[in-house]
Design a protein. Structure first.
Length: 168
C-alpha cells in the first residue's frame, strides 16, 4: 500500500514525503520532479504545450506509480483533480489531504516564481484563493484522511501520517 500526499502547492508535500520516507524506509517519489526530470521545467511545459499536456504527463506518472507498492508519493497540486488519476492512485494507495489555511499557503508561495498557475498574474493572493476554493472540495472528496498542517513541523505531520497509515 502506497502513501499518497495531495494538497495545494506550498503545503509541504515534498518535505513531508521525504520525511515519511526517512521514517519508514519507503521509496519516495514526487510526481512534479519525475515530470521535470523526464520532460523539462513545468513552467516550460505549461508555456509551450499547455496545461492539458502537463495533466496527461501526470496521468502517465500516476499509472506507473500505481503499479508499485510501498511507496511514498508526493503529488502535484492538481493531480487529483482528474478522476482517472484518483482511481489509479487509490488502486494501491491511501490518499492523505494535507490541508493548510489560505494565509499559511500565501506565506509559502508568494515568493516562488516557478509556480505556473501563479506566475505573471500580479494577483498571487487572488489566484491562490480561487485555486484553494475550487480544489479543496476535490481534495476532501478523494482523501482517505485529512491532515491539518498549520503551525506544525514537517516531522509532526509526517509522524501523524505514518501513525494513521499503521492504523489500517
Amino acid at each position: 500500500m502506497n502513501i499518497v500526499l495531495c494538497g495545494m502547492m506550498g503545503v509541504g508535500k515534498t518535505s513531508v514525503g521525504i520525511r515519511i520516507s526517512q521514517l519508514t524506509g519507503r521509496r519516495w517519489y514526487d510526481t512534479d520532479i519525475m515530470i521535470t526530470d523526464r520532460h523539462g521545467r513545468i513552467s516550460d511545459i505549461f508555456e509551450y504545450y499547455g496545461e492539458a499536456h502537463f495533466r496527461s504527463l501526470e496521468t502517465e506518472i500516476a499509472r506507473e506509480l500505481s503499479e508499485q507498492d510501498g511507496l511514498v508519493i508526493s503529488t502535484g497540486g492538481g493531480m487529483v483533480l482528474k478522476p482517472e488519476n484518483n482511481e489509479l492512485l487509490k488502486r494501491n494507495g491511501k490518499i492523505f489531504f494535507m490541508r493548510a489555511s489560505f494565509e499559511e499557503l500565501l506565506l509559502r508561495v508568494r515568493a516562488d516564481e516557478t509556480r505556473p498557475l501563479l506566475k505573471d498574474t500580479g494577483k498571487t493572493a487572488e489566484r491562490l484563493g480561487e485555486l484553494l476554493a475550487a480544489r479543496t472540495p476535490v481534495y476532501e472528496s478523494v482523501a482517505d484522511a485529512i491532515v491539518d498542517t498549520d503551525g506544525r513541523t514537517v516531522d509532526e505531520i509526517a509522524q501523524e501520517i505514518v501513525s494513521r497509515m499503521e492504523e489500517r
